[in-house]
Ligand binder design. Structure first.
Ligand code: SF4
Length: 433
């Protein structure tokens, strides 16, 4: 029985209980959200992972993606990045290797990390088609479904599958006739090429029931991939992307009916003023299925600092209801991220998730406690309340002040130390903390 099947008949599973531990929500609330298709728990019967629930009323989660490229193939570096992402506070991991022995790299990463791990099976399917037939367009349906099964059997907990690219989506793209940023999804672009070359419907759409049955067998979450996502802010919410989103929302509901946990993927690149519409469109059309956004990047000009451009978009997306945000690293658009890039990316996304949750979930208590600790110059309390206490403490220690109450930013001119003492005393006298 999958999580959604159990939830629908009133069963609180041990997975729901475990996921509730990291939330200000009860296992019963999580059960109810899963039953209604508004939350998921990335899970796999074949692998024990640290479980989180993703969805309505729950803390916004952060995903870190790692994986080899065709140029840089080093499995041990990917394992190091996976561990760095986990250490920096990622909630889930995607293993997106396209270079080297993919089965072996996936197994190494799965055994190293305790996080739930996701994948994009089209990468491996097209890579194996190239290796076997020297042509990605010779990918067979059997090979494609075999890859899905193989990755699930290894312990993948959520899978981005590009089911929503169908003939209608491609027709819409053709009629539109332009795209500033082209197609930026690796799996999506290969699938579009395969469909045009073979003049065939996408097997992942045509045989959606088969996709669902494979993932259900392992209680894996089916994340409907955003193959036509905007890769440039000027393509945001174009007709081709909205067409795919519409199909994905429809498929999300069909998959839920079939007893599979479902999630939709979103963009990509979005200007700040399109984010609210995008999130609301997905939520409305899918009946509040969990929404997984990739960034979104809010400008195309920030290469080198794209983790910041994406964190701005992620905070806005989370505020309006996005449930899982994929980090972006400083290496985005430039190179395969290294371990330091991964850590920076996770940290930036965690700030964004928290900022979004302050509004989405009204979680402002920790910030209020931090304000008081700052006002009262209680440094240890600040370190324990902050998202990155260790880093904060390190920075202050590298430039230690003469007066240990203050910091070297203002030193003896410390406003809090000099003036607020009196202010604080008068507040206390007035009975306020
Ligand atoms: S020295 Fe300046 S920056 Fe540092 S705690 Fe005091 S007021 Fe804040």
């Amino acid at each position: 029985m999958t999580q959604i099947e159990a939830a629908r008949i009133g069963i609180i599973t041990k997975e729901m209980e475990e996921a509730a531990k990291g939330e200000e929500a009860s296992p019963e609330y999580i059960r109810q959200m899963i039953a209604e298709g508004k939350a998921v728990i990335p899970n796999n019967r074949n692998r024990k992972a640290r479980l989180v629930a993703i969805g309505k009323g729950l803390r916004t989660k952060v995903n870190a993606s790692i994986g080899t490229s065709s140029d840089i193939i080093d499995a041990s570096a990917e394992v190091e990045k996976a561990l760095a992402a986990e250490g920096a506070g990622a909630d889930t991991l995607m293993e997106l290797s396209v270079g080297g022995d993919l089965d072996s790299i996936r197994k190494e990463v799965l055994s190293a990390t305790s996080l739930s791990v996701g994948s994009v099976p089209l990468y491996q399917a097209f890579k194996e088609a190239i290796e076997r037939y020297h042509d990605p367009n010779k990918l067979t349906e059997e090979l494609l479904f075999d890859v899905l099964e193989r990755q699930c059997a290894d312990g993948i907990s959520f899978m981005a599958v590009h089911c929503g690219i169908n003939r209608l989506t491609i027709e819409r793209l053709n009629r539109q006739g332009y795209r500033y940023g082209g197609l930026v999804s690796r799996g999506g672009s290969y699938m579009v090429g395969w469909m045009i070359k073979n003049n065939r419907e996408n097997p992942l759409y045509e045989r959606f029931d088969r996709v669902v049955e494979i993932l259900k067998k392992y209680d894996c979450v089916l994340s409907l991939g955003n193959g036509l996502r905007a890769g440039a802010v000027h393509d945001s919410l174009d007709r081709a992307q909205v067409q795919e989103l519409l199909i994905n929302c429809e498929l999300a509901n069909i998959g839920q009916e079939m007893g599979c946990q479902m999630m939709c993927e979103g963009p990509g690149h979005l200007p700040l003023d399109d984010i609210e519409a995008n999130v609301k469109l997905q939520k409305r059309m899918s009946g509040d299925a969990p929404f997984y956004v990739l960034g979104p990047l809010t400008t195309d000009l920030a290469a080198g600092y794209d983790h910041i451009s994406a964190a701005i978009g992620a905070a806005e997306a989370a505020r309006y209801g996005a449930d899982l945000i994929c980090y972006v690293t400083p290496a985005e658009h430039l190179a395969l991220p290294n371990k330091d890039d991964v850590v920076e990316g996770v940290r930036a996304a965690r700030v964004a998730a928290h900022v979004g949750d302050m509004v989405k979930l009204g979680r402002k208590g920790r910030d209020m406690a931090m304000s008081k600790a700052r006002r009262d110059l209680k440094w240890d309390e600040q370190y324990s309340l902050g998202l990155f206490g260790e880093r904060a403490s390190e920075i202050r220690a590298t430039r230690a002040p003469e007066d240990s109450d203050t910091c070297t930013m203002c030193g003896s001119f410390c406003a809090l130390d000099n003036v607020n003492v009196h202010f604080r005393e008068s507040l206390k006298a007035g009975g306020k903390a």
